[in-house]
Design a protein around this ligand. Structure first.
Ligand SMILES: Nc1ncnc2c1ncn2[C@@H]1O[C@H](COP(=O)(O)OP(=O)(O)O)[C@@H](O)[C@H]1O
Ligand SMILES: [Mg+2]
Length: 344
Protein backbone atom coordinates (compact mmCIF):
# COMPACT_ATOMS: atom_id res chain seq x y z
CA UNK A 1 0.00 0.00 0.00
CA UNK A 2 1.15 3.51 -0.68
CA UNK A 3 0.24 4.94 2.68
CA UNK A 4 2.48 2.69 4.77
CA UNK A 5 5.33 4.00 6.84
CA UNK A 6 8.25 5.85 5.39
CA UNK A 7 10.78 3.05 5.44
CA UNK A 8 8.51 0.72 3.49
CA UNK A 9 7.74 3.29 0.91
CA UNK A 10 11.37 4.29 0.62
CA UNK A 11 12.42 0.68 0.16
CA UNK A 12 9.73 0.14 -2.40
CA UNK A 13 10.76 3.21 -4.37
CA UNK A 14 14.41 2.15 -4.21
CA UNK A 15 13.62 -1.30 -5.58
CA UNK A 16 11.49 0.16 -8.35
CA UNK A 17 14.13 2.67 -9.25
CA UNK A 18 16.23 0.01 -10.91
CA UNK A 19 13.99 -0.18 -13.98
CA UNK A 20 12.44 3.14 -14.90
CA UNK A 21 9.60 3.04 -17.38
CA UNK A 22 10.37 6.57 -18.52
CA UNK A 23 13.73 8.28 -18.56
CA UNK A 24 14.05 11.90 -19.60
CA UNK A 25 17.65 13.07 -20.04
CA UNK A 26 18.96 16.59 -20.61
CA UNK A 27 15.83 17.61 -22.45
CA UNK A 28 15.97 20.96 -24.25
CA UNK A 29 12.97 22.51 -25.99
CA UNK A 30 12.95 25.67 -28.06
CA UNK A 31 10.10 27.79 -29.34
CA UNK A 32 10.43 29.97 -32.39
CA UNK A 33 9.20 33.47 -31.63
CA UNK A 34 9.09 36.68 -33.68
CA UNK A 35 12.65 37.72 -32.95
CA UNK A 36 14.40 34.37 -32.83
CA UNK A 37 14.26 31.34 -30.58
CA UNK A 38 13.69 30.96 -26.86
CA UNK A 39 14.82 28.00 -24.83
CA UNK A 40 11.82 26.93 -22.78
CA UNK A 41 13.40 23.79 -21.33
CA UNK A 42 17.10 23.83 -20.62
CA UNK A 43 18.43 20.43 -19.60
CA UNK A 44 15.63 18.68 -17.72
CA UNK A 45 16.25 15.14 -16.43
CA UNK A 46 14.16 12.72 -14.39
CA UNK A 47 12.84 9.19 -14.43
CA UNK A 48 9.83 7.31 -13.16
CA UNK A 49 9.37 3.61 -12.40
CA UNK A 50 6.27 1.41 -12.74
CA UNK A 51 3.85 1.88 -9.86
CA UNK A 52 5.63 5.06 -8.85
CA UNK A 53 4.32 8.64 -8.82
CA UNK A 54 6.67 11.42 -9.79
CA UNK A 55 5.65 14.97 -8.98
CA UNK A 56 6.74 17.88 -11.14
CA UNK A 57 6.28 21.08 -9.22
CA UNK A 58 6.96 24.74 -9.89
CA UNK A 59 5.21 28.05 -10.39
CA UNK A 60 3.23 28.84 -13.48
CA UNK A 61 5.43 29.32 -16.53
CA UNK A 62 8.26 27.04 -15.34
CA UNK A 63 7.88 24.59 -18.21
CA UNK A 64 5.81 21.83 -16.63
CA UNK A 65 3.26 21.59 -19.42
CA UNK A 66 5.91 21.88 -22.10
CA UNK A 67 7.71 18.94 -20.46
CA UNK A 68 4.59 16.79 -20.63
CA UNK A 69 3.78 17.83 -24.20
CA UNK A 70 7.34 16.94 -25.22
CA UNK A 71 6.94 13.46 -23.73
CA UNK A 72 3.63 13.01 -25.53
CA UNK A 73 5.08 14.24 -28.83
CA UNK A 74 2.48 17.01 -28.80
CA UNK A 75 4.58 20.18 -28.86
CA UNK A 76 2.90 22.76 -31.08
CA UNK A 77 4.27 22.30 -34.58
CA UNK A 78 6.26 23.70 -36.23
CA UNK A 79 7.48 26.30 -33.74
CA UNK A 80 8.00 24.07 -30.70
CA UNK A 81 10.92 21.67 -30.98
CA UNK A 82 13.02 19.32 -28.92
CA UNK A 83 16.57 20.41 -29.76
CA UNK A 84 18.53 18.12 -27.44
CA UNK A 85 18.21 15.27 -25.00
CA UNK A 86 16.42 11.97 -24.90
CA UNK A 87 13.05 10.56 -23.83
CA UNK A 88 13.21 6.81 -23.37
CA UNK A 89 9.97 4.99 -22.68
CA UNK A 90 9.99 1.25 -22.02
CA UNK A 91 13.48 1.17 -23.48
CA UNK A 92 12.51 2.93 -26.71
CA UNK A 93 13.64 6.41 -27.78
CA UNK A 94 10.40 8.34 -28.31
CA UNK A 95 12.15 11.23 -30.01
CA UNK A 96 13.09 9.06 -32.97
CA UNK A 97 9.69 7.38 -33.41
CA UNK A 98 7.83 8.25 -36.61
CA UNK A 99 4.52 10.10 -36.03
CA UNK A 100 2.28 7.08 -36.71
CA UNK A 101 4.10 5.01 -34.10
CA UNK A 102 4.03 7.89 -31.63
CA UNK A 103 0.29 8.11 -32.21
CA UNK A 104 -0.01 4.47 -31.19
CA UNK A 105 2.10 5.01 -28.06
CA UNK A 106 -0.29 7.82 -27.06
CA UNK A 107 -3.36 5.75 -27.72
CA UNK A 108 -2.13 2.72 -25.86
CA UNK A 109 0.77 3.13 -23.51
CA UNK A 110 0.88 6.76 -22.36
CA UNK A 111 -2.21 8.77 -21.49
CA UNK A 112 -2.56 12.35 -20.38
CA UNK A 113 -5.11 14.23 -18.32
CA UNK A 114 -5.24 17.96 -18.87
CA UNK A 115 -5.98 20.78 -16.49
CA UNK A 116 -9.28 21.84 -18.01
CA UNK A 117 -11.32 18.84 -19.12
CA UNK A 118 -13.65 20.93 -21.28
CA UNK A 119 -10.81 21.63 -23.68
CA UNK A 120 -10.06 17.93 -24.05
CA UNK A 121 -13.63 16.64 -24.25
CA UNK A 122 -15.70 17.03 -27.37
CA UNK A 123 -18.69 19.22 -26.47
CA UNK A 124 -20.96 17.83 -29.20
CA UNK A 125 -20.42 14.14 -28.49
CA UNK A 126 -21.88 12.22 -25.57
CA UNK A 127 -19.61 11.00 -22.82
CA UNK A 128 -20.33 7.40 -23.82
CA UNK A 129 -19.56 7.93 -27.49
CA UNK A 130 -16.21 9.50 -26.61
CA UNK A 131 -15.30 6.65 -24.32
CA UNK A 132 -16.35 4.07 -26.89
CA UNK A 133 -14.06 5.75 -29.38
CA UNK A 134 -11.08 5.19 -27.06
CA UNK A 135 -12.03 1.52 -26.83
CA UNK A 136 -12.36 1.21 -30.59
CA UNK A 137 -8.75 2.34 -30.92
CA UNK A 138 -7.40 0.32 -28.05
CA UNK A 139 -9.56 -2.79 -28.41
CA UNK A 140 -10.43 -3.15 -32.09
CA UNK A 141 -11.48 -6.74 -31.31
CA UNK A 142 -14.45 -5.51 -29.25
CA UNK A 143 -17.97 -5.52 -30.69
CA UNK A 144 -20.08 -2.41 -30.30
CA UNK A 145 -21.87 -4.02 -27.39
CA UNK A 146 -18.60 -4.89 -25.67
CA UNK A 147 -17.34 -1.34 -26.14
CA UNK A 148 -20.50 0.03 -24.62
CA UNK A 149 -20.26 -2.31 -21.64
CA UNK A 150 -16.57 -1.44 -21.18
CA UNK A 151 -17.36 2.29 -21.30
CA UNK A 152 -20.06 1.98 -18.64
CA UNK A 153 -17.79 -0.17 -16.48
CA UNK A 154 -15.09 2.47 -16.77
CA UNK A 155 -17.47 5.26 -15.73
CA UNK A 156 -18.39 3.15 -12.74
CA UNK A 157 -14.75 2.54 -11.91
CA UNK A 158 -13.94 6.24 -11.71
CA UNK A 159 -16.80 6.77 -9.28
CA UNK A 160 -19.46 8.26 -11.52
CA UNK A 161 -22.88 7.51 -10.04
CA UNK A 162 -25.54 6.11 -12.38
CA UNK A 163 -23.04 5.33 -15.13
CA UNK A 164 -25.71 3.96 -17.51
CA UNK A 165 -27.48 7.31 -17.48
CA UNK A 166 -24.26 9.36 -17.56
CA UNK A 167 -23.18 7.38 -20.63
CA UNK A 168 -25.74 9.29 -22.70
CA UNK A 169 -25.13 12.86 -21.51
CA UNK A 170 -22.97 15.62 -23.01
CA UNK A 171 -19.94 17.01 -21.14
CA UNK A 172 -21.64 20.33 -20.36
CA UNK A 173 -24.35 18.48 -18.43
CA UNK A 174 -21.75 17.35 -15.90
CA UNK A 175 -20.14 19.21 -13.00
CA UNK A 176 -16.42 20.04 -13.14
CA UNK A 177 -15.57 17.12 -10.85
CA UNK A 178 -17.61 14.67 -12.96
CA UNK A 179 -16.02 15.95 -16.16
CA UNK A 180 -12.61 15.40 -14.67
CA UNK A 181 -13.65 11.85 -13.81
CA UNK A 182 -14.72 11.33 -17.42
CA UNK A 183 -11.28 12.55 -18.50
CA UNK A 184 -9.67 10.08 -16.12
CA UNK A 185 -11.92 7.31 -17.47
CA UNK A 186 -10.86 8.16 -21.03
CA UNK A 187 -7.21 8.29 -20.05
CA UNK A 188 -7.42 4.94 -18.30
CA UNK A 189 -9.55 3.19 -20.92
CA UNK A 190 -6.45 2.23 -22.86
CA UNK A 191 -4.80 0.81 -19.73
CA UNK A 192 -1.71 3.00 -20.01
CA UNK A 193 1.58 2.09 -18.41
CA UNK A 194 2.19 5.77 -17.81
CA UNK A 195 -0.38 8.42 -16.95
CA UNK A 196 0.62 12.08 -17.15
CA UNK A 197 -1.63 14.40 -15.16
CA UNK A 198 -1.13 18.09 -15.86
CA UNK A 199 -2.68 19.99 -12.95
CA UNK A 200 -5.81 17.80 -13.17
CA UNK A 201 -7.37 19.11 -9.98
CA UNK A 202 -6.47 22.80 -10.09
CA UNK A 203 -9.88 23.89 -11.33
CA UNK A 204 -11.76 21.82 -8.74
CA UNK A 205 -12.82 22.62 -5.21
CA UNK A 206 -10.88 21.09 -2.36
CA UNK A 207 -13.30 18.26 -1.51
CA UNK A 208 -13.59 17.10 -5.13
CA UNK A 209 -9.84 17.47 -5.50
CA UNK A 210 -9.27 15.14 -2.54
CA UNK A 211 -11.71 12.60 -4.02
CA UNK A 212 -9.97 12.65 -7.39
CA UNK A 213 -6.54 12.22 -5.79
CA UNK A 214 -7.83 9.29 -3.74
CA UNK A 215 -9.31 7.77 -6.87
CA UNK A 216 -6.02 8.06 -8.74
CA UNK A 217 -4.16 6.37 -5.90
CA UNK A 218 -6.67 3.49 -5.90
CA UNK A 219 -6.46 3.06 -9.65
CA UNK A 220 -2.68 3.07 -9.49
CA UNK A 221 -2.73 0.36 -6.83
CA UNK A 222 -5.00 -1.72 -9.06
CA UNK A 223 -3.12 -1.25 -12.32
CA UNK A 224 0.51 -0.62 -11.31
CA UNK A 225 0.78 2.27 -13.76
CA UNK A 226 3.39 4.96 -13.32
CA UNK A 227 2.09 8.50 -12.84
CA UNK A 228 3.67 11.86 -13.53
CA UNK A 229 1.71 14.38 -11.53
CA UNK A 230 2.22 18.00 -12.46
CA UNK A 231 1.15 20.68 -10.02
CA UNK A 232 2.12 24.03 -8.56
CA UNK A 233 0.95 22.78 -5.16
CA UNK A 234 3.54 21.09 -2.92
CA UNK A 235 0.73 20.07 -0.56
CA UNK A 236 -0.73 17.84 -3.28
CA UNK A 237 2.74 16.48 -4.00
CA UNK A 238 3.11 15.50 -0.35
CA UNK A 239 -0.15 13.53 -0.55
CA UNK A 240 0.55 11.70 -3.72
CA UNK A 241 4.15 11.43 -4.85
CA UNK A 242 7.13 9.17 -4.24
CA UNK A 243 9.62 11.48 -5.88
CA UNK A 244 9.63 15.11 -6.88
CA UNK A 245 11.27 17.29 -9.48
CA UNK A 246 11.22 20.99 -8.68
CA UNK A 247 11.29 23.08 -11.83
CA UNK A 248 12.19 26.70 -12.12
CA UNK A 249 12.22 28.66 -15.38
CA UNK A 250 12.77 25.65 -17.61
CA UNK A 251 15.32 23.91 -15.44
CA UNK A 252 15.07 21.11 -12.89
CA UNK A 253 16.61 22.78 -9.83
CA UNK A 254 16.08 20.00 -7.29
CA UNK A 255 15.14 16.34 -7.44
CA UNK A 256 14.60 14.04 -4.47
CA UNK A 257 12.35 11.42 -2.97
CA UNK A 258 9.44 12.92 -1.13
CA UNK A 259 10.70 12.41 2.43
CA UNK A 260 14.14 13.72 1.62
CA UNK A 261 12.67 16.76 -0.11
CA UNK A 262 10.42 17.72 2.77
CA UNK A 263 12.99 16.91 5.47
CA UNK A 264 16.02 18.38 3.74
CA UNK A 265 15.09 20.77 0.97
CA UNK A 266 18.31 22.21 -0.43
CA UNK A 267 17.39 24.70 -3.10
CA UNK A 268 16.27 28.18 -1.97
CA UNK A 269 13.41 27.96 -4.46
CA UNK A 270 12.19 24.72 -2.88
CA UNK A 271 12.40 26.40 0.52
CA UNK A 272 10.29 29.20 -0.82
CA UNK A 273 7.66 26.85 -2.22
CA UNK A 274 7.47 25.03 1.10
CA UNK A 275 7.13 28.18 3.10
CA UNK A 276 4.06 28.96 1.06
CA UNK A 277 2.25 25.83 2.31
CA UNK A 278 0.40 27.01 5.41
CA UNK A 279 -0.04 23.61 7.03
CA UNK A 280 3.63 22.70 7.13
CA UNK A 281 4.81 24.08 10.41
CA UNK A 282 8.41 23.05 10.65
CA UNK A 283 9.66 24.41 7.37
CA UNK A 284 12.63 26.74 7.50
CA UNK A 285 10.64 29.94 7.23
CA UNK A 286 13.65 31.97 8.28
CA UNK A 287 15.31 31.21 4.98
CA UNK A 288 12.63 32.60 2.75
CA UNK A 289 9.10 33.54 3.67
CA UNK A 290 7.55 34.00 0.32
CA UNK A 291 9.27 34.10 -2.99
CA UNK A 292 9.32 37.67 -4.10
CA UNK A 293 8.92 38.58 -7.73
CA UNK A 294 7.97 36.43 -10.66
CA UNK A 295 9.50 33.92 -13.01
CA UNK A 296 11.41 36.11 -15.48
CA UNK A 297 10.26 36.18 -19.08
CA UNK A 298 12.28 33.79 -21.18
CA UNK A 299 14.03 36.52 -23.12
CA UNK A 300 15.06 38.21 -19.86
CA UNK A 301 16.59 35.21 -18.12
CA UNK A 302 19.59 35.91 -15.90
CA UNK A 303 22.75 34.50 -17.48
CA UNK A 304 23.72 32.29 -14.54
CA UNK A 305 21.28 30.68 -12.14
CA UNK A 306 17.83 31.57 -13.41
CA UNK A 307 16.59 32.04 -9.84
CA UNK A 308 19.40 34.46 -8.95
CA UNK A 309 17.36 37.66 -9.33
CA UNK A 310 14.79 36.42 -6.77
CA UNK A 311 17.07 34.51 -4.45
CA UNK A 312 17.94 36.13 -1.11
CA UNK A 313 21.20 34.17 -1.01
CA UNK A 314 22.48 34.98 -4.48
CA UNK A 315 26.10 36.12 -4.88
CA UNK A 316 28.23 37.04 -7.84
CA UNK A 317 28.81 33.49 -8.95
CA UNK A 318 25.04 32.89 -9.09
CA UNK A 319 24.52 35.82 -11.40
CA UNK A 320 27.30 34.78 -13.77
CA UNK A 321 27.39 30.99 -13.75
CA UNK A 322 24.67 28.42 -14.17
CA UNK A 323 25.04 25.88 -11.33
CA UNK A 324 25.36 22.26 -12.42
CA UNK A 325 23.25 19.64 -10.68
CA UNK A 326 25.19 18.04 -7.83
CA UNK A 327 24.15 14.62 -6.57
CA UNK A 328 24.03 14.66 -2.76
CA UNK A 329 23.01 11.02 -2.83
CA UNK A 330 21.78 8.86 -5.68
CA UNK A 331 18.28 10.03 -4.77
CA UNK A 332 18.85 13.70 -4.26
CA UNK A 333 20.21 16.25 -6.72
CA UNK A 334 20.34 20.02 -6.46
CA UNK A 335 21.48 22.82 -8.77
CA UNK A 336 22.57 25.65 -6.45
CA UNK A 337 26.00 27.14 -5.81
CA UNK A 338 25.23 27.64 -2.13
CA UNK A 339 23.29 24.56 -1.07
CA UNK A 340 25.94 23.52 1.45
CA UNK A 341 25.89 26.83 3.31
CA UNK A 342 22.12 26.89 3.38
CA UNK A 343 21.68 23.31 4.54
CA UNK A 344 19.67 22.73 7.65
N1 LIG B 1 3.14 27.53 -27.76
C1 LIG B 1 4.04 28.30 -27.15
N2 LIG B 1 4.74 29.25 -27.82
C2 LIG B 1 5.67 30.00 -27.19
N3 LIG B 1 5.97 29.90 -25.89
C3 LIG B 1 5.29 29.00 -25.17
C4 LIG B 1 4.29 28.13 -25.75
N4 LIG B 1 3.80 27.33 -24.78
C5 LIG B 1 4.46 27.68 -23.66
N5 LIG B 1 5.34 28.66 -23.89
C6 LIG B 1 6.24 29.28 -22.91
O1 LIG B 1 6.99 28.25 -22.29
C7 LIG B 1 7.15 28.52 -20.91
C8 LIG B 1 6.69 27.33 -20.11
O2 LIG B 1 5.29 27.21 -20.25
P1 LIG B 1 4.47 26.02 -19.57
O3 LIG B 1 5.16 24.73 -19.81
O4 LIG B 1 3.09 26.13 -20.07
O5 LIG B 1 4.54 26.40 -18.04
P2 LIG B 1 3.79 25.70 -16.80
O6 LIG B 1 3.03 24.54 -17.31
O7 LIG B 1 4.88 25.34 -15.85
O8 LIG B 1 2.91 26.76 -16.23
C9 LIG B 1 6.39 29.79 -20.60
O9 LIG B 1 7.30 30.86 -20.59
C10 LIG B 1 5.45 29.91 -21.78
O10 LIG B 1 5.17 31.26 -22.04
MG1 LIG C 1 0.96 24.19 -17.24
Amino acid sequence: MRTTEASDKGGEAMAKREAPILEVRDLEVEFAVDDGKIKVLDGVSFSVAPGQTLGIVGESGCGKSVTSLAIMGLLPKPHGQVVAGSIRFQGEELLSLPPDQMYRVRGNRISMIFQEPMTALNPVQTVGAQLMEVFSLHRPDYSKKQRQAAAIAMLHKVGIPEPERRFGVYPHNLSGGMRQRVMIAMALACEPSLLICDEPTTALDVTIQAQILELMKDLQTQTGMAIIFITHDLGVVAELCDEVVVMYAGRAVERADIYELFDHPRHPYTHGLMASIPRLEDVPKSLLKTIKGQVPALHEMPAGCRFSNRCPHATEICVGTNPVTEQLTDRHGVACHHWKELSI
